[in-house]
Design a protein around this ligand. Sequence first.
Ligand code: ZN
Length: 416
Amino acid sequence: MYADLIIKNAREVVTPKGKNDRPAAGSAMSELEVIPGGFVASRGDKIVAVGPSSALGDIETDTQTKVIDAAQGVVIPGLVDPHTHLLFAGGREDEFHMRIDGLGYMEIGRRGGGIGRTVRETRAVGRKGLAERGIAHMWMMALQGTTTVEIKSGYGLSTESEMEMLSVIREISGVSPMGVVSTFLGAHAVPAEFKGQADAFIDLVVEDMLPKVVKSGLATFCDVFCEDGAFTVEQSRRVLAKAAELGMPLKIHGEELANSGGVRLAAELKAVSVDHCNFVSQDDLGLLKKAGTIAVALPATPFFLLAPRYAPARGIIEAGVPLAIATDYNPTASISSMLFVMFLSCLNMKMTPSEVLVAATINAAHALKKAADVGSLEVGKDMDALIMRVDDFRKIPFYVGRSIIDSVVCKGRVVS
Ligand code: ZN
């Protein structure tokens, strides 16, 4: 078969395999195929062959075929980041110093910072300025090895502004090399104009925003921030039940700062994923397993917020709940690198290098309902691959902070 791009001379090609129908859970989270001396070949944006170098002779090439020598590096699938807030204007770098001085996340919000501040800055910047910032953030992430990214709205918080955010996500996904999945997060925070009237704001989300979002086709998922200080379980249920009724798959920000019922709601509504899970209980995990909901851990957030409570990855894996990981990149937590998140997951959540690679690829793809296309190096899937300057994939999380990405290939396009 013909290939127009070949990555060859790898020390090893390492990928999840045969996990496209359902996410890996339990011991399957440690299963990876390791092909010593492997290659990956593609035509257009799709992989046409993966195998040992002895099979390279079966691949047809011509003068148009680009051959990349992996120089004995390790080839892995492009990383999938299933939870980001990368589209925003302004910055909240100063809140970093406020946290160092001991202020909590919710207290910073009460003092005029937090999500409310980003909403003001995002509404003010205009469509063009927002798109420029979004594209810059996406390129920054692509160069760090992320080839598929989820982007949430949620800094507009009016019907018009939320629709504009979703429309900008559509626009920038067309000019970026990455794959993009868009999520409507209208219930991210109560905007200033609804202060003290959270229920009235939820009415707006349910009755006005959601029907318009669905009609536009601009968002795949619907998400809510279910937490004390954000929205109650009852308010979150209203939004998600309406979204489900309109045919949208669901996500929930749950159990980030306390056990407030978000995980149980995710199980009840059979959400695709529940994200954060820092305070998930053992009983909750049984419910998640039954519901088939994926837990997405976001270890960069407690790390950055100086709130050292991480999702209990070992308990999640032992309970048989599939686990994915993501950056939660947002204006107040600047970690945009999935490699750094893989490192944190090993160090602070006691995951193994195999588990973090599965969590950052095929399970993350399942959390976006994209596992048929991305998350592993298998024939027929998108040619999203990284060449890593290491001789063993288990060293990838270890070399945190070191520049070990040799090359990033996104949909068959060499982007670095
Ligand atoms: Zn988030």
